[in-house]
Ligand binder design. Structure first.
Ligand code: NAP
Ligand code: MG
Length: 401
């Protein structure tokens, strides 16, 4: 069979530890035998970030800006222990943070659903995608602990030196104060990414805040979303047959639990942090959670939501053959290849990516899976637990058939 050709390079960002091993296994078993893989390769593995002074991460982000689509392997975000382990000259910043800062994107997380592993919430039939605004609010706060009585004020000084002052609270004893912010520019980018992603995945978009209580802060989010929707996206949404709606965060939570899924839930930074962990846990497994960063100008970076699976890597180094789940990493590849195919008008590439996803899901639904899923399996026949390579081979077998 002739291999599928690619016209535009896909930006490939390699990573660390167990996921780096899986990365190569996926390419060797499921990609290069079928596709003339055309990638522009950036090694974001920690040793190369150290060698290049992290320039490699910046270069990779620029390449995604240039070509429009990237696929990323999980990477180590160094802490003090990693500085020691990898003999680093400094504690390099989180690669995902650097990529997000350059691409200015929003992260969308969605579970891969399979028959035989049911969500904890029994009426969830379709994936729920969480869009988290990953900028500002409580993550960039300024905090203060008054030790005793005193007046806390909110002071804003404009460039001419003019001050606006508001009393936050007159303390009669010790307490706590917090200041936080967001910008119209960032909220607008967030809204663009959400509307674009809803259109590109053909799903309704929900957005919720607490604007009844936060009459200026949260209300600003609501107004920016609504204005953008009315002026730039309403027609396209109507044509696509999808809806945008805004509601209060507490109403949204109740509706999400009662829903059958199949929409995007846009959340402010803190809500997205908390709700994405709740939703992903309720869907089953972190190893089945995909993630895509979408920039407001429509650039896409696909990855798995999980990390480098360090504990499995240490076992791998000791010579053990692990049963690490490659699904989310595989779906990062298929998501990126399908998007590349869509942008290039390369129907064969998109169709291949979809077939590969189907073959992977069918493999699990037939009862063949990695150890993390075997414990969740509710199928009729007992689960057949296989190694990572055994699982990839089983997918290849189905793909060939
Ligand atoms: P992790 O790599 O997500 O793994 C945590 C645990 O979850 C694993 O030990 C494993 O549990 C289970 N798990 C996760 N993915 C799995 C998979 N594909 N198959 C089977 N089990 C899976 O999180 P971590 O151990 O906290 O972080 C490790 C490194 O990843 C850190 O250096 C961190 O900086 C980095 N990280 C990177 C990203 C990213 O690049 N996007 C995200 C998060 C973390 P068992 O051991 O019980 O089997
Ligand atoms: Mg969290």
């Amino acid at each position: 069979m002739e291999k599928i050709k690619m016209t535009t390079p896909l930006v490939e960002l390699d990573g660390d530890e167990m996921t780096r091993i899986i990365w190569q296994q996926i390419k060797d078993t499921l990609l290069t035998p079928y596709i003339d893989l055309n990638t522009e390769y950036y090694d974001l593995g920690l040793p190369e970030r150290e060698r290049t002074g992290d320039q490699i991460t910046v270069d990779a982000a620029r390449a995604i800006q240039k070509y429009g689509v990237g696929v990323k392997c999980a990477t180590i975000t160094p802490n003090a222990q990693r500085v020691e382990e990898y003999k680093l000259s400094q504690m390099w910043k989180s690669p995902n943070g650097t990529l997000r800062a350059i691409l200015d994107g929003t992260v969308f997380r969605a579970p891969i659903m399979v028959r035989g592993i049911s969500p904890v919430v029994k009426n969830w039939k379709k994936p729920i995608t969480i869009a988290r605004h990953a900028y500002g609010d409580v993550y960039k706060n300024t905090e203060f602990k008054p030790a005793g009585p005193g007046k806390a004020e909110l002071v804003f000084t404009d460039p001419s030196g003019k001050e606006t002052r508001q009393t936050i609270f007159d303390f009669s004893g010790p307490g706590v104060v917090q200041g936080m912010y967001n910008t119209d520019a960032s909220i607008t980018s967030f809204a663009h990414s959400c509307f674009k992603f809803a259109l590109s995945t053909h799903q309704d978009l929900w957005f919720a805040t607490k604007d009844t209580i936060s009459k200026q802060y949260d209300h600003r989010f609501k107004d920016i979303f609504q204005a953008l929707y009315d002026t730039e996206y309403k027609t396209a949404f109507e044509q696509a047959g999808i809806t945008y709606f805004y509601t209060l965060i507490d109403d949204a939570v109740a509706r999400v639990i009662r829903s059958e899924g199949g929409y995007i839930w846009a959340c402010k930074n803190y809500d997205g942090d908390v709700m994405s962990d709740m939703v992903s846990t309720a869907f089953g497994s972190l190893a089945m959670m995909t993630s895509v960063l979408v920039s407001p100008d429509g650039k896409y970076e696909y990855e798995a939501a999980h990390g480098t699976v360090t504990r499995h890597y240490y076992r791998h180094l000791k010579g053990e053959v692990t049963s690490t789940n490659p699904m989310a990493t595989l779906f990062a590849w298929t998501g990126a290849l399908a998007k590349r195919g869509e942008l290039d008008g390369n129907a064969a590439l998109t169709a291949f990516a979809q077939k590969l996803e189907r073959a992977a899901i069918d493999t699990i639904e037939s009862g063949v899976m990695t150890g993390d899923l075997a414990g969740l399996w509710e199928g009729e026949r007992p689960a057949e637990k296989v190694t990572t390579q055994g699982f990839l081979d089983a997918i290849a077998g189905r793909l060939d058939a």
